[in-house]
Design a protein around this ligand. Structure first.
Ligand code: ATP
Ligand code: MG
Length: 509
């Protein structure tokens, strides 16, 4: 945490934070960031840049997290070295991104991102998705492959060759700068390729808490926006005029919600206010980017809180309108409880360092819309596999108009839902084959959740729990016993209660 030193750069009630032209420099003795908390690979990059005569800073979320005592997810470096110069310094690097070129320096699976100071408030490296690695396989991006550019990116001319970081001196400062920047009709920046100085770079940061620079030259912190005080006060404040910043890049609204959930910071009223009015702009964001943001919101250990914040801020309607409509139409529904519990379970897995999958996440998120589509068919069809799979496809198609869920995850969702009737009504020894299904574990987890909320039989859920714990011989006995039981349940009533419906839909609400 920052040692107290109160020089307010922005009056507390000023609604627009404007970076100062010179930073407040917080010396090493006045802050708590120690090199022992910085990843050795990030330090290597910083030192090599410094030793080659460049300026080098840690910037963004890593500085923020170090100050509040969290372990940073990744370390981002900002420098006055041009991408080509960074490339020459690090043999283990490559340049990525078309919108804005930055260097990725590789240390095995670890990547340190090095960005040249930029002159404008532009979508950052956060907008340059990595190659589409399959998080379920836990595979790293293929390093020898060229960087996959997202489909939505327009063909742009090659990056201009510039003689130094000052070649394009600033936002709107010259026709060169203006010519390199393109907006759409809602004010969203489509392209920006202008290098600048550190004091210009501040403008392209989103929140004051994300705009602190840690200088490797003397281990001081540079603060142009009062970010240090805001972090100490746990406040989330956009830099610049909030409406303009959201229009430039509507993803910042989702980022605001994410940081509110992740950090427990309080959103400044001026930062919060435009969200209700502007949330529909999220619909204009490329779906590939919204997929990335969705994973960050829900698979980083604070998914349940993200869900709560998104709903409270009205942002779920912008991200996943069908999910939002389902929940709004059924306040307090059992599906809502199931989703929330599933998200909490996922958070617990992240905290315990266990793997989590987008497949399971989207099964949870789409549970309501899938159930709704099933329930719109005649009840006698609810249990049919084709009804369930069609509902999965339709719900996924609707979600994909906003969030580009890759096909392999949709297939996983189908398998999870398609397996539910088999798990609920296992048939003899054939049931044992279900255990070998690659999607068994996820489908079983879903069955447990459904059973917890009265949407599947708790006895059956316990049966599947037990069968995974016992020996092979015992398994066969359990399956045989079940066959006998099933026969008697299915046979014509002889005093006993006949099962009324052999299958239940995945989610009557
Ligand atoms: P975390 O890594 O915890 O998700 P982060 O703040 O590091 O949070 P990143 O997406 O890694 O977020 O981005 C790094 C930095 O780049 C941010 O701290 C911020 O300064 C800047 N940034 C990222 N995305 C945007 C954006 N859409 N608009 C403005 N600045 C951004
Ligand atoms: Mg980060």
């Amino acid at each position: 945490m920052l040692k107290p030193k109160a020089k307010e750069l922005n009056s507390p009630d000023a609604s627009v934070v404007a970076p100062t032209s010179t930073p407040r420099i917080i010396p090493r003795s006045d802050h708590t960031i120690s090199r022992s908390h910085i990843a050795p690979n990030a330090l290597r990059v910083l030192y090599r840049l410094r030793d080659a005569g460049f300026r080098a800073f840690l910037v963004g979320g890593c500085v923020r997290d170090l100050l509040i005592g969290l372990e940073p997810k990744d370390f981002d470096v900002a420098t006055d070295a041009l991408p080509e110069q960074v490339k020459r310094l690090f043999r283990n690097s490559r340049l990525v991104g078309r919108r804005f070129r930055l260097a990725h320096v590789f240390f095995g699976r670890d990547i340190v991102e090095v960005a040249t100071f930029r002159a404008a408030s532009a979508p950052s490296q956060g907008e340059e998705p990595l190659p589409d690695a399959d998080p379920e396989d836990g595979e790293a991006p293929e390093l020898d492959e060229p960087q996959l550019e997202p489909e939505f990116e327009p063909e742009l001319p090659p990056t201009p060759t510039v003689s130094g970081p000052q070649a394009y001196p600033g936002a709107g400062a010259g026709s060169d700068a203006a010519a390199k920047r393109m907006f759409d009709e809602t004010g969203r920046i489509l392209r920006d390729n202008v290098y600048g100085t550190i004091d210009e770079d501040v403008w392209r940061r989103d929140f004051t808490a994300n705009a602190l620079y840690y200088n490797i030259a003397d281990f001081s912190l540079w603060d142009y926006v009062g970010g240090a005080e805001d972090i100490a006060a746990r406040k989330l404040k956009l830099i610049g005029d909030p409406e303009t910043r959201y229009r430039e890049d509507p993803v910042r609204m989702l980022r605001a919600a994410r940081f509110e959930a992740k950090l427990g910071f309080e959103m400044d009223p001026a930062t919060a206010e435009p969200i209700g009015r502007l949330r529909d702009l999220i619909g204009g964001v490329p779906p590939a980017r919204l997929f990335d943001e969705t994973l960050k919101l829900f698979l980083s250990g604070h998914g349940a809180r993200s869900f709560e914040v998104l709903r409270r801020r009205g942002l779920l309607a912008g991200l996943l309108p069908t999910v939002d409509a389902y929940l709004k139409g059924r306040p307090g529904s059992v599906v809502e409880k199931l989703m929330l519990q599933g998200l909490k379970n996922t958070d617990a897995r992240v905290v315990a360092d266990k793997p989590v999958t987008p497949t399971f996440l989207f099964a949870l998120l789409l549970y309501g819309p899938i159930a709704q589509i099933i329930e719109a068919t005649p009840p006698e069809r609810w249990h049919e596999l084709s009804t369930i799979l069609d509902a999965c496809d339709k719900a996924a198609r609707e979600a994909q108009t906003h969030v580009a869920i890759p096909k392999r995850f949709i297939l996983g969702v189908r398998e999870m839902f398609g397996l539910q009737p088999r798990l609920e009504h296992p048939r003899g020894r054939r049931a044992l084959r279900g255990l070998e299904h690659p999607r068994f574990r996820a489908a079983y987890d879903l069955l447990l959740l459904r059973a917890e909320y009265g949407l599947a039989s708790p006895e059956m859920a316990r049966w599947w729990t037990r069968i995974q714990e016992v020996s092979g011989e015992e398994r066969a006995n359990m399956a045989d016993a079940l066959t006998g039981q099933a026969q008697s349940l299915d046979s014509p009533r002889r005093g006993g209660r006949r099962r009324r419906r052999r299958h239940r839909p995945p989610a009557p609400s």
